[in-house]
Structure formats: C-alpha cells, structure tokens
Design a protein around this ligand. Structure first.
Ligand SMILES: CC(C)(COP(=O)(O)OP(=O)(O)OC[C@H]1O[C@@H](n2cnc3c(N)ncnc32)[C@H](O)[C@@H]1OP(=O)(O)O)[C@@H](O)C(=O)NCCC(=O)NCCS
Length: 318
C-alpha cells in the first residue's frame, strides 16, 4: 500500500496553529480593552504626559473610556470634529458627514480618549495648592486608580522598553491625579465644557480641569490578525494648533501602543488633509498594504490608511 500523504495532516495542523494564534490575538485585545475600560490610564501609567506646557499653551491631559466621557465633552468633540471634517467627509463619495453616525462612533464603548484642557493661571495655581495640600497630608493614590492599575497590568507589562521619550516640557505632576473641581475658562468665543458659557449638562462638567482644546480617540482592535491601536480621530482646536500638541498626542499614542504590546498603529486620512498627512509622515507612518493607494497606486483616491509598525516587545524577542 502506498504511503499516505502527510499534506492533509500538515494543512490541518497549520490551520489549527493559525486559529490558536488568532484566538490569542483576540484575547490580548480583549484584555487591553478591559484594562482600559475605566479609571484614568494617564495618571496611573503615564504621569509625565498629564501636562503639556510649551509655546504659550499650558494644559492638563486626561484619559477617558467612552462610558466615562462626560456628555458635554462628547458634544464638544462632535462639534469640533464637524467643524474640521464635515467638508472633507462630504467631498468623499460614500462617506458624507452625518452627525448621528459620528456621535455613535464617538460614543462606542470601545472608544478611548485623550483629552487636553487648556488651563489659565488661576487653575494652575489651584492645582498646585491642592497638590501641596495633598503632599502635606500624605498623598495617596485614589482607590479607583489602584484598582485600575491592577486591572490594567497588561498595559504596562509589555513595556517595550524603548518608549517614546516624554517631551522635555512634560512636567512634574508625576504620580498626581487631577481630581479637583476647577473653575471654568471663559476666554474665546466657542462655548465648551469647562467654560462658564457652555450649554448642555453632561455629567462631570464641574470636574474638568479647564477648557478642552484637543482630543484623540483611539481603540484597541484586531486588524489582519494583529493587535493594533487604531487612531480614529485627532482634533486640535484652531487656537491651539501649531503649538506641538498634535505631535505630542500622537507620540503619547505611540507610547501607549508600545507599552500595550500591539504590533502597529493605524489611522485613516483624507488626501486633501495636507496638515495631517504632514504630521503622520513626519512621525514615520507609511501606506498600509490595504490602503486604496497601495492596492491601486494609479487610482484617484480620496483617503488612505496609514500604519506604523512598532518594535516587538522585548520579552517576545527572546
Ligand atoms: C492635523 C492636526 C491634528 C495637527 O495638530 P497641531 O497641534 O496643529 O500640529 P503640531 O503643532 O504638533 O505640528 C506637528 C507637525 O504637523 C505638521 N503640521 C501641522 N500643521 C500643519 C500645517 N498647517 N501645514 C503643514 N503641516 C502641518 C508639521 O509637519 C508639524 O511638524 P513641525 O512642527 O516639525 O513642522 C491639527 O491641524 C488639526 O486638528 N487639524 C484639524 C483636524 C484634522 O485634520 N485631524 C486629522 C484627521 S486625520
């Protein structure tokens, strides 16, 4: 009797290995999602990035999972995105701007946010005073932060050592949680949460550390069988643009990606958005293999998918 071919068995084994790998990636992404579902990830794990202070802009940063994002902040994020993006969406066949769709995207439970709040001198002083009081009384990490630190262990466990350097201006509120109610900022024309002329009553308004000026919406996802960190949105208000904030937020996102052990960062950008394209190119993003321009280089495309591969976590290399 002829020897039975082992090809079928090999295929079955390869399929099994592939299924196991896919399940492991899905499980890792689930852990990342669960680990970032509550608490202030920034204060707990990235304290050097809780402040931005350069080019005349002094700001505090906070992290929110979608379910913890105050309603007024969601409204503000929607308005800012509409102001900047509606025309670009409308110019792209098949996209078209829709408030309802964007609101649903922003409110999706998988959404994670980095929000930047401009601070006026009085707000900075108030925070400093609170910090001094906390130091004098023996500062302790709030219970929520401790709980989150435990739950989010995978976000730090992979600590791909070569983390993006905290910019020099990121300062000194290390280990501090901003849990204070801060008076609103009334400067500028646009009503926003944190400003006294803001309309709407989303939860947590009074706890905002200033006037929101920028946000980045990201998610942990599986793409092409890999764990990725997808940047859904980055929006910097016009008055805060050109001060390094966009770069700062993207660098912070990269740090989160590295520490989380994801394979790469991804985002979608319109061709017409030259400022954003310049930013991403400068940060080392390249065309994704699945991007319209990569699939059909001679076509006339309105948008592209960009990607930036991250180094494998040190533990995985060994
Ligand atoms: C794109 C955006 C996020 C950049 O944020 P920002 O805080 O103004 O950018 P930064 O000051 O950090 O600049 C970083 C880099 O971006 C590029 N850049 C920023 N603004 C630019 C502009 N108007 N034209 C060309 N390049 C620009 C530059 O390469 C710059 O690097 P450099 O400072 O070394 O020259 C901001 O302009 C924005 O929110 N635009 C509207 C919303 C939007 O388009 N979002 C992106 C959707 S994909």
């Amino acid at each position: 009797m002829a020897k039975k071919s082992s090809k079928g068995k090999d295929k079955k084994l390869a399929r099994k290995a592939e299924n196991e790998r896919a399940a492991a990636v899905a499980a890792a992404v689930k852990v990342l999602n669960e680990g970032s579902a509550s608490g202030d990830l920034l204060a707990a794990h990235y304290p050097a990035f809780t402040r931005f202070d350069r080019n005349g802009l002094t700001a505090a940063l906070r992290f929110y999972a979608a379910k913890e994002l105050p309603h007024a902040l969601l409204d503000w994020a929607l308005g800012l995105t509409r102001d900047h993006m509606a025309a670009l969406y409308d110019a792209c066949p098949g996209w078209g701007w829709s408030d309802a769709k964007k609101r649903a995207e922003l409110a999706d439970p998988a959404a994670r946010y980095l929000v930047v709040f401009e601070q006026q001198q009085a707000q900075q002083q108030q925070q400093q005073q609170q910090q001094q009081q906390a130091d004098a009384g023996g500062a302790s990490v709030p219970a929520a932060a401790e709980g989150e630190a435990a739950a989010a262990a995978p976000l730090t466990a992979a600590a791909g050592a070569a983390a993006v350097e905290a910019p020099a201006a990121a300062s000194a509120l290390d280990e501090q949680r901003e849990n204070s109610a801060v008076a609103g900022n009334t400067s500028g024309t646009q009503a926003a949460p944190g400003s006294s002329n803001a309309s709407g009553s989303g939860g947590g308004d009074s706890c905002l550390p200033g006037r929101p000026v920028a946000f980045l919406h990201f998610r942990f996802e599986v793409e092409e069988g890999e764990a990725v960190l997808y940047c859904y949105e980055i929006q910097v208000a016009a008055a805060a643009q050109g001060k390094g904030l966009g770069r700062f937020l993207m660098q912070l996102l990269e740090l989160v990606g590295r520490r989380s052990g994801v394979a790469r960062l991804m985002l979608t950008v319109f061709h017409a958005n030259t400022a954003a394209l310049a930013l991403y190119k400068r940060l080392g993003y390249v065309l994704d293999n699945d991007s319209p321009g990569a699939v059909d280089p001679s076509g006339d495309h309105k948008y592209e998918i960009l990607t930036k591969r991250l180094p494998a976590p040190a533990a995985a290399k060994a």
